[in-house]
Design a protein around this ligand. Structure first.
Ligand SMILES: Nc1nc2c(ncn2[C@@H]2O[C@H](COP(=O)(O)OP(=O)(O)OP(=O)(O)O)[C@@H](O)[C@H]2O)c(=O)[nH]1
Ligand SMILES: [Mg+2]
Length: 802
């Protein structure tokens, strides 16, 4: 009955306003719990609290203001600012985080030990108990040393295991509700003590804050006065008036910020400011002049102010003593009274100001820094025509290109200069400047690389461009381009420009196709392809046409496009070269050209003394490989086939023994001795071509190739007809009957093996097993290769021998 009366009594009383603080480590769930108390649904993507915020809610006849502070390390120190105002504390702990328990203990201890907290009730909220791995109550009490700390600081404490995610407002977690109730009751129970304590703490805090504010104000006032004094001194020195207080508030008339502005007043104000400024400047000039005169009268008249200020401090001290000047104690700069009579001690303490003095030095002209001339195409070309370079350009060229004096001499002599010009300026249309890789009338008149053909020319210019860019700018764009990649190797690429270029010129002369027909052919191509001549450009010579239509610029063209230019499939067709043709001659022609093409990718100059060793070796290796590949491929034995034969034997697909290896080896050697590859033929052909007979090149070359292939060598009468050497495996099969017989053939092992005529349709297994490509040349006398399919039923005819 008594309880009911007290409840009814309480209901009639107005709510008590109290303040609480919710503290704890970051990420404990403080802000989420605040939402729960206020009845808001917590934001799942809640951000960490930076600083402080407060929330309000009512519970059990209390209007609670809850201070939610950030739990981050850097924010914790501000907690204590609020401790004096609070009646009690909620301490939140993430019960699922064991790692933070120690830190949480320390933070709790620090809080309870604070004089404005000790004795106040503490509610510990072990949050996030909805998580599986949360700590047990005992562990938390033990881990936090809650009882010891609370008892030590006379703080009534209570711990509840809660989850902020259960519900909000009246539907909040029951434990949480109980905990809140406990705290509020505790506060209610000690309200008589707490209220005066909090009130006094708040008063003390307010007094402290007021005191601090006063101190700050006084400090600011002192600083302002100092500044004003300084400004006054400066004004007196310059003889200017004190400006009217020009605060932003001036424009606010009668405290009304929205009142219309008086334009006349504003104009007057502006005028006044201008006048002030002008007077100030005049005064400054006068002072400068005075000072300048003073300096000159003391020194040599030729010595300007600028040099005067550089004199030693001792001079000035002496001077000031002689002139009865005041000498500031201990400050040498004070002796440098640069501002004449009116100068005050502060100003004279300043270091000398050179720019002021420099104005009064008669005849002292400021030298404008000369603009550094850029090394452009134009400059270089100009000088080149005169046959000389300026020193600056030479130095520039040395710096840029890493050239030596010898190189520079060569620049003067040769047309190399065109290729070495840095591409700084953008050439105008139809101008005469020659840029790297470009061809125009100017160059065409005396083009030393004309013989190289378009491809050779651009290749040469690529080289020059590489040099000019120190191999770096161009190369990335050429990635994948074998020859450019090789040039990047500095070891193989001597720095000597002359040597390098002659090397390339030689190699290009040797391998480039005859240039006389290039433009004509391309003109025809262009017609066929519908490329029209550019009517804007007046020049109609073949070189220009070619350049315009193909955009031939040595720097920009990549290998693919170059190869396509010279060896396009269209060209090959026109020349009667085709990989797929049934015509043997066409195929040969194709092959020889593909070798030639590859050779072009690895340009070499065979003049031994000129070529660096590594480079030469590499080229020789390449050439030999090509020749050997060709020989072996077209003479029935190649290393691939040989090794695969060995592999087949090991797999049980064919019989294999050392004797056979001997035979194969012998055959290979013999064939290698006697067969000339198209590569060698091409070399011969080139020598013919360069002797001026290029118009009949195709005919001659074919004859040359054919004669070589068809003529068996003298020292080997058993050489099979050379046509076989150039036959595809398919053709070998088709003509197999010429070299095999149906009769038994004795082997060295004394076993008779029946040879079989293999028709095309019979050779399925060979094709299927990928062996068709490996079929060797058939020779009934000594070159017998045996292949046997493991599943092949030989009951009808024994082994199959090719
Ligand atoms: N599982 C679970 N997650 C909770 C619970 N309470 C809060 N969280 C989550 O814990 C994270 C941190 O919550 P906050 O309320 O921002 O933590 P805080 O203590 O305010 O952190 P600071 O502001 O940085 O000090 C949030 O992702 C909440 O969703 C809970 O009871 N259970
Ligand atoms: Mg927070």
């Amino acid at each position: 009955m008594g309880n009911c009366v007290s409840l009814l009594k309480r209901k009639k009383e107005p709510n008590k306003a109290i303040t609480l603080a919710i503290i704890g480590l970051d990420n404990a769930g403080k802000t989420t719990l605040c939402s729960v108390f206020t009845g808001e649904t917590p934001d799942p993507d809640i951000a960490p609290t930076v600083g402080f915020r407060n929330v309000k809610f009512s519970h059990s006849n209390f209007d609670v203001t809850l201070f939610d502070v950030g739990g981050g390390k850097s924010i914790r120190p501000i907690w204590k600012t609020y401790f004096g105002e609070v009646f009690g504390i909620m301490y939140v702990l993430d019960s699922s985080s064991r790692a933070n328990l120690l830190e949480a203990r320390e933070v709790l201890r620090d809080a309870l030990e604070h004089p404005q907290i000790s004795g106040k009730p503490i509610l510990v909220l072990a949050n996030k108990v909805d998580k599986d791995d949360h700590l047990e109550e005992v562990d938390i009490v033990h881990g936090l040393k809650l009882e010891e700390t609370a008892n030590a600081n006379n703080c009534p404490s209570h711990l509840v295991m809660v989850s902020a995610l259960v519900g909000v407002g009246t539907k909040m977690d029951k434990e949480l509700q109980d905990g809140l109730q406990w705290l509020l009751e505790k506060i209610r129970g000690s309200l008589s003590e707490l209220e005066p304590r909090v009130a006094s703490d708040i008063r003390a805090a307010t007094e402290r804050r007021d005191k601090e504010r006063e101190e700050r104000k006084a400090r600011v006032q002192r600083q302002r006065e100092e500044r004003e004094k300084e400004e006054e001194r400066e004004r007196r020195r310059l003889g200017t008036e004190k400006e009217k207080e020009d605060s932003e508030d001036d424009d606010i008339v009668d405290g009304n910020p929205f009142k219309a502005l008086d334009m006349d007043t504003l104009k007057q104000k502006e005028q006044r400011l201008k006048e002030e400024k002008r007077r100030k400047q005049e005064r400054m000039r006068e002072l400068d002049l005075e000072d300048g005169r003073f300096r000159r009268s003391k020194d040599d008249s030729s010595l300007g102010y600028a040099s005067g200020v550089r004199r030693s401090l001792d001079d000035y001290q002496l001077e000031s003593r002689a002139g009865g000047r005041e000498e500031s104690s201990g400050n040498n700069y004070a002796a440098l009274n640069l501002f004449g009579r009116g100068a005050n001690s502060r100003a004279s303490a300043l270091p000398p100001l050179e720019p002021l003095g420099s104005r009064v030095v008669e005849g002292a002209e400021k030298k404008k820094p000369k603009k550094k001339k850029k090394l452009t195409d134009y400059h270089l070309d100009d000088r080149d025509e005169e046959g000389e370079f300026g020193h600056a350009e030479k130095r520039d060229a040395i710096g840029r290109l890493g050239l030596n004096v010898h190189d520079l001499d060569s620049l003067n002599r040769d047309h190399d200069v065109h290729d070495l010009t840095p591409r700084v300026t953008k050439p105008k249309k139809n101008n005469k400047v020659v840029r790297a890789g470009r061809i125009d009338e100017h160059e065409e008149e005396d083009d030393p690389y004309r013989d190289l053909g378009v491809d050779g020319r651009s290749r040469y210019k690529n080289l020059a461009s590489l040099r000019q860019n120190n191999y770096e700018d161009v190369l990335p764009a050429k990635r994948g381009n074998k020859d450019m990649g090789r040039l990047n190797n500095n070891d193989r690429f001597p720095r000597d420009l002359e040597r390098e270029n002659s090397l390339y010129r030689n190699s290009l002369k040797k391998i480039s196709p005859p240039n006389m027909t290039r433009f004509e052919e391309d003109e025809e191509d262009d017609k066929d392809e519908g490329i029209e001549e550019d009517s804007d450009n007046g020049s109609d010579d073949a070189v220009d046409k070619y350049r315009r239509s193909r955009n031939v610029n040595g720097v920009n063209r990549n290998r693919k496009s170059r190869d396509q230019d010279v060896y396009s499939s269209r060209d090959r067709k026109l020349r009667g070269q085709s990989r797929d043709s049934d015509d043997e001659e066409e195929r040969d022609d194709y092959l020889s050209h593909s070798i030639l093409k590859d050779t072009m990718r690895f340009p070499t100059s065979p003049t031994d003394d000129e070529v660096p060793v590594d480079f030469r070796k590499e080229m020789e290796r390449l050439r030999n490989r090509k020749v050997n590949d060709y020989r072996s491929k077209h003479n029935g034995i190649d290393s691939d086939n040989y090794s695969s034969s060995r592999q087949n034997a090991q797999r049980g697909m064919r019989r294999y023994d050392d004797d056979e290896e001997d035979k194969l080896g012998n055959a290979r050697n013999r064939n290698a001795r006697n067969v000339r590859s198209p590569m060698e033929d091409e070399e011969d052909f080139n020598s013919v071509r360069h002797s001026g007979q290029s118009e009949t090149r195709r005919k001659k070359k074919k004859n040359l190739l054919r004669s070589n292939k068809l003529a068996p060598s003298d020292d080997d009468e058993n050489e099979p007809p050379s046509s076989h050497r150039f036959s595809s495996p398919r053709m070998v099969q088709e003509h197999g009957s010429r070299n095999t017989s149906d009769a038994d053939t004795p082997t060295r092992h004394g076993r008779n093996v029946r040879t079989t005529h293999i028709h095309r349709q019979d050779s399925d297994f060979g094709m299927k097993w990928g062996l068709a490509e490996e079929l060797p040349t058939v020779d009934s006398n000594y070159n017998v290769t045996r292949m046997r399919h493991p599943n092949f039923d030989d009951s009808d005819g024994g082994d199959v021998v090719f």
